[in-house]
Design a protein around this ligand. Structure first.
Ligand SMILES: [Fe+2]
Ligand SMILES: [Fe+2]
Length: 441
């Protein structure tokens, strides 16, 4: 792993945060001790603190009462490696759960309807070798974070279908299936309260969230018998081919095939969960063609091409129109600001130039004028629902990207702001205000 675009100190900080998340994993210890009140979890070896103090004896039955003692210390080994849960999830039950889950996603039913594919898929899941400590982790996730658990199953279902259709070798398919199921396992080390949708994350909390791929990688890396590439795909599941992903902003050539299939499937799974609108998946991925693997996008396209959006709700048209007009103002403001940049003063703004110009190009490439998106929707009217839907998806994407950009600006302040040449500051602040107005509403 050689993250080219990341300053060494930031990489070190992220790796440090991920290690801390594992060794002081209060949220996971809470979840596992709570599960121990409901199901039998035994210590399979003595559990030690990193200072050598014995905290739990081999054979002891865990319970909620152990929580305080366990979180008061840094543990010598990740706790899941010292516990055994008698009826933890195994691969056969996992396959059955994936089958159930897929049955609840209407757009996946064409897949389940193809006997050959279905057979291959469930044979693959049934044959996976899941180490006991990871099975425990999964059982805790199923109990404590059911949505996160389901998300892993849906991503796994999609990614393995893509992998089978792409004729990946068996070991890669197994790695893809396992990495998909476990891709967000690092989130078990994060306090669920900060992940709740109604919670407004601070930048400090966001830094912890952004390391979850590293945390997941470190958890899986302890199991050398997993198929080659499994842990690495977890590490890379938020990396993007154009270098815009996280945690390391890896360039495309360093992102493995398994990671590429996982990345696309994970996004598709999130969209299905959030919107249940399958047609949007293809559009969303097409809008981001530079971020994802072309072959994986094409395979996703096939998977969802015949699917009807089962519960696709077209949002309120007036609201979409207003938002499109607002984003047009942000782009217009950007063009004005861009004209004041020269080779001598643009350096502190270079990341902005890269991002916003990239977003403008994305809009232009699909045939719209970034400053006139509201007009495009008005012209499409009722006669052209496809264009209406495309603009709605585009708006979603722009909202998401501008929010991410606004957070990035926030993270870099104030040192970065101080480096802006005086002549640019007023113009930049004016534009930032427009951006804030757009992302706040
Ligand atoms: Fe995910
Ligand atoms: Fe993730």
């Amino acid at each position: 792993m050689n993250p080219l675009n990341l300053p060494e100190n930031l990489k070190n900080e992220q790796d440090f945060l991920a290690r801390e998340a594992i060794s002081e994993s209060a949220p996971f210890i809470k979840a596992v001790t709570e599960l121990a009140d409901k199901r039998e979890i035994l210590a399979s070896e003595d559990i030690y603190a990193s200072n050598g103090m014995k905290l739990v004896s081999n054979g002891a039955r865990l319970s909620g009462g152990f929580y305080d003692r366990l979180v008061a210390h840094k543990l010598l080994r990740p706790i899941e490696q010292s516990l055994s849960l008698a009826d933890a999830l195994d691969s056969v039950r996992l396959a059955a759960l994936i089958h159930d889950q897929a049955g609840r996603v209407p757009s996946l039913s064409p897949v389940l309807g193809q006997p050959d594919l279905r057979e291959q898929l469930f044979a693959l899941f049934g044959d996976l070798n899941i180490p006991a400590a990871l099975a425990l982790k999964l059982s805790v996730m199923q109990e404590d974070r059911p949505k996160l658990f389901q998300h892993g199953l849906i991503a796994a279902m999609i990614s393995t279908v893509l992998g089978i259709r792409a004729h990946l070798p068996r070991e890669e398919l197994q790695a893809l299936a396992l990495a998909s199921v476990f891709h967000d396992v690092g989130e078990l080390c994060i306090d669920p309260a900060i992940l709740a949708t109604e919670h407004h994350m601070t930048s400090e909390e966001r830094r912890h969230l952004y390391v979850h791929p590293i945390t997941g990688f470190l958890i899986l890396r302890d199991f050398p018998d997993l198929p080659k590439g499994t842990a690495n795909a977890v590490l890379q599941h938020h990396e993007r081919l154009d270098g815009s992903g996280y945690p390391y902003r890896l360039p495309g050539e360093q992102i493995t095939v398994i990671s590429r299939y996982l990345a696309v499937s994970e996004v598709a799974a999130s969209l299905l969960e959030k919107q249940g609108a399958d047609k949007r998946i293809n559009m969303k991925l097409r809008l981001n063609g530079k971020k994802y693997d072309v072959r994986a996008i094409a395979l996703i396209g096939q998977l969802f091409s015949d699917a009807q959006p089962p519960s696709a709700q077209m949002p309120d048209e007036v609201q979409v129109m207003t938002r499109l007009a607002q984003v047009g103002i942000v782009f217009e403001g950007w063009i004005v600001l861009r004209k004041t940049l020269s080779s001598s003063n643009a350096e502190p703004l270079s990341f902005l130039v890269e991002r916003v110009d990239g977003m403008r190009r994305m809009v232009i490439e699909i045939g719209f004028d970034p400053c006139r998106l509201g007009d495009a929707l008005a012209m499409a009217g009722n006669d052209n629902p496809e264009t209406g839907m495309e603009l709605t998806v585009l708006l979603d994407e722009l909202e998401w990207q501008f929010k991410a950009l606004s957070r990035e600006i926030e993270r870099k302040q104030p040192e970065w702001h101080a480096r802006l040449p005086a002549a640019l500051k007023a113009g930049f602040d004016g534009w930032l205000e427009q951006l804030h107005q757009f992302v706040r509403e």
